[in-house]
Ligand binder design. Structure first.
Ligand code: NAP
Length: 262
């Protein structure tokens, strides 16, 4: 595969199933898992499950979305950068005095009910240094001590968006998606972690919140101690609400695409 261009199957898939909506962004739910459906190791230890080639594919996918969402569990555990550093350098652009044209970076979005995001996170450091975009942090308007925490995070560069709808102790996904849409986000890549994936699956049983799923399956076993996302019993068996769209072998990994059953 030519790594200087997005994989053609990915561009074709995302453009074919891109569903414009007036209410929420197009949502791509994506993650890497082991053969035994684990996304992290014991006690949430971060695992590099994807091989190099499928990691590059994931970074191409990031360039194709307006925003990228994680939960506060992943922000704490992995301190991710959510950038496109695995993509090859771009050829110099003569129109810009020979400088490289940068890749599109998606807006980082963090679901953080109680506003515990760290002002010293890599996402904020990258923003301060001009190498990353300003993170948007969604929290509950009822979060304890919200004003003080908001001030500290805003001083570090974050934008805080308070949401009044809390469902089962978590931020309401429809409310967050509506707010993102109001803020100009038309496509959203949801990268995890376990609880966020589970919430999107659960919410999909009552209303359609996910437009496509792209799962990288790595040829490895993690074992029972690993972290899995599991899913609502309503989604079990053949009633998941999603159907197979493609399977692509990339390096040693299998990448599987699914779309909602109409
Ligand atoms: N393999 C992969 O592709 C991949 C990708 C990303 C992460 N991971 C792994 O996933 C693990 C982290 O998963 P996690 O379950 O601990 O954390 P998470 O899913 O990243 O974050 C969950 C937290 O987000 C907040 N949240 C707010 N609204 C939510 C909503 N509607 N639904 C769900 N969460 C909401 C909650 O915080 P409050 O508790 O404060 O309410 C919740 O505890 C890490 O080990 C990481 O390495 C793997």
């Amino acid at each position: 595969m030519d790594s200087s261009e997005p994989p053609p199957f990915l561009s074709a898939f995302l453009s074919r199933y891109h569903t414009p909506s007036n209410l929420r962004p197009h949502v791509t739910l994506t993650f890497a898992q082991s053969v035994d459906a684990k996304i992290a190791g014991q006690n949430g230890k971060q695992l590099i499950l994807s091989g190099k080639e499928s990691m590059v594919m994931t970074h191409w996918m990031r360039t194709m979305h307006d925003a990228i969402m994680i939960g506060i569990g992943t922000a704490f555990n992995d301190d991710p950068q959510l950038n496109t550093r695995h993509l090859p350098p771009r050829p110099p652009n003569p129109a810009q005095n020979g400088h490289d044209k940068p890749y599109h970076l998606p807006r980082p979005v963090i679901l953080d009910t109680h506003l515990r995001f760290s002002p010293t996170s890599k996402l904020l450091k990258n923003y301060q240094q001009g190498s990353g975009r300003r993170p948007w942090v969604f929290c509950s308007s009822d979060a304890p001590d919200v004003k003080r925490k908001q001030d500290a995070l805003e001083q570090a560069g974050a934008r805080i968006i308070q949401i009044s709808g809390v469902e089962d102790g978590h931020l309401s996904l429809p409310a967050v998606l509506k707010s993102l849409h109001d803020m100009g986000i038309r496509s959203l890549m949801v990268e995890g972690g376990a609880r966020v994936i589970r919430s999107f699956f659960s919410a999909s049983t009552s209303s359609r919140l996910v437009d496509s799923i792209i799962v990288t399956v790595a040829p490895t076993f993690v074992g029972d101690d690993g972290v899995g996302y599991s899913y609502d019993s309503a989604l079990e068996g053949h009633n998941s609400g999603f159907k197979h769209a493609f399977t692509q072998v990339i390096g040693r990994d299998s990448v599987v695409g699914l779309v909602p059953v109409e």
